[in-house]
Design a protein around this ligand. Sequence first.
Ligand code: SF4
Length: 402
Amino acid sequence: MNQADKELNTLVLNKELGGRKKLALGLYVHVPFCSTTCDFCAFYQEKPSKKGMDAYFAGLRDEISRFPPNRALSTVFLGGGTPGLLQPEQLDQLCGLVNSLDMESGAEWSIELAPSEITPEKLQVLHDQGVNRISMGVQTFDPRFMDALGRKHPVEKTLSAYSMIREAGFFSVNLDLLFGAPGQTLADWESDLARAVELQPDHLSTYCLTFEEDTAMYVRLAGGKLKIDPEREAEFYEFAWDYLPAHGYDQYEVSNYAKPGHACRHNLNTWEMNEWIGYGPSACSQYRGIRRKNIASLEKWAAGLLPGGTPQFMEQEKLGPIDFARDAVLFGLRMNQGIDLGKIATQFDLHESVFAESVHFLDRLCQEGLAEKQSPDTFRLTKQGRILCDAIACDLPELTER
Ligand code: SF4
């Protein structure tokens, strides 16, 4: 262990937060390979190669032995990139590494798959290894917008992949949909939602197309070839908020809907500000009082993890209970059930007085019809408030210890 590791370990051991040791622990593994780059994508990924794959698996082994979880995992999420691009034997290897870690019985284990990479062989490997939740990136059922988003799979491939997943017998299946593509109308969005509901997945995630810097979409936006229309985006959000619950999917967060018992526990763990470890280049962790992001370079990430090397992070900060509590409020307000300030105070071992200014702020939102107060401690955003949740998050006051 080098000096930096020693200091970090001492720091986290000294700073273990009261009551946080028993919190749910999630694992995120970033698989950084994609065959092409989607026009809207800002995730770290690169083209697969034999050399890259070898470096990736060696790096993962090193990362696990250097930063092993200190308790059983409650959830696992294999994301990317495109984990489905791995061949069956590589998926077997990846899942074998996850299975070398201690996992709670009944742990939720998800993997993101793109329709074009799904085969019965891969699904069999995943099922045999214990994966129980598949999240398929459908984005749209309309070929016109598939092209606009730089996606290549034909709709028939989405449908056949979905049948394969169902035949393989996974407990839970999520479909990701994207709205707000240039030229998409509300009627087009309704048609996408209807086609998704027809398939009867257990969970649906609906995301608004965003224009992240350094993406092909952003370049078109900056060049005046596209424009953002927040009012149209709000209409799409609100349409899904009405449509999906009316078709048997409870909304539990701004962008997420589930049939009973199928809410994504991995995401809930994150939004509740519990703990998670991220392995792989660009993966984020929030663990033992430290939030950090691995370097977004396969080569540098793997080299830093070699014996004698120094692990490379793009961001690393030590956070205290006040920081975690504020984020629990921010993310909690995005959830339909809202927040319970008393519970958050207990979770982070804080006196409730730290929320004094937040309560004033939330009371004001209630007067403006943007939030509802269910008890002196519990608040949730109204539909009108949820549309403005990003702006509300920016205005939320800092918490202060008195
Ligand atoms: S959106 Fe997903 S599949 Fe497309 S390039 Fe990004 S990570 Fe790869």
